[in-house]
Write a protein that binds this ligand. Sequence first.
Ligand code: ASP
Length: 306
Amino acid sequence: MDKKSQNSFSLAIHGGAGGVYSKVRKQEKLIYDHLETVLEAGRTLLAKGGSALDTVNLCVRMLEDDPLFNAGCGAVANAAGRYELDASIMDGKTLQAGAVAAVVNVKNPVDLARLVMKKTPHVLLCGPGAIDFAKAQDVPTVTQRYFKSAETKVKDLVDKSSKHGTVGAVARDIKSNVAAATSTGGYDKKMPGRIGDSPLIGAGNYADNASGAISCTGIGEHFIRTGAAAYAAFLIEHDGLNAQQAAQKTINRLKEKVKADGAFILVDKDGNVAIAQNATVMRCGWIEHNGPALTTLQAPIRAQSQ
Ligand code: ASP
């Protein structure tokens, strides 16, 4: 580990890939302002010695409570006009993970995913069992109207086309532990019961102290079919690639194997951040080794597929 990696923290968050950038600069800036607020909240926690796990949980919970993103209150509706949400969280220190899929009444799916990890022997809960578990754990629940009214509210803030975005966070804390969390409403008009990559460990979300933490965004089926998040981690652990090389190779492979567009954020075990993208839009921000908060509004993306 080099000097800058010792006792330093890193964090990256995303607000989803795909869609288009808003032509209205003020609207685009608004989305990035919200991302920066979340980044700074994450920084405060990490700087106090907070864990990577608590930090990714906090960041994703904040993004779920923000109607500008397609997760939590801002989730998009499925083909039946209902809202079904997916989320997962993974601790790179223990390889423990928790996830929920297609939940319909939970305010913060990432919190329920964390409880699945902490309180059950399982990794993924869905359907009536997930609802019963949420009730038993006393997590805040909501009705479907909660999602509908957030959708209405956001129409005044940004164009429909620019409101798109699964959310995710990856972090490395000062004790060199990494964690990842991802949360989504999936995509517009998905089939009822469809589950994407975000709650699937190894597909849309992964963390291991031996490699790093990854959170993906894009059409989930492609990330599931290529095991994208775990693949990037294995490139670091087994092939000795650095964060940037692993990100580049994974995003290239996505294009080669399944002709897919997508993006992901990665923080490696030493706190180096890589952003990979071959989708037109990827809204994200990062703090590397306690440095300044940067976003894709000011800084170029660090790995593009050619
Ligand atoms: N990956 C998410 C899903 O397929 C969607 C997205 O990231 O935009 O559910």
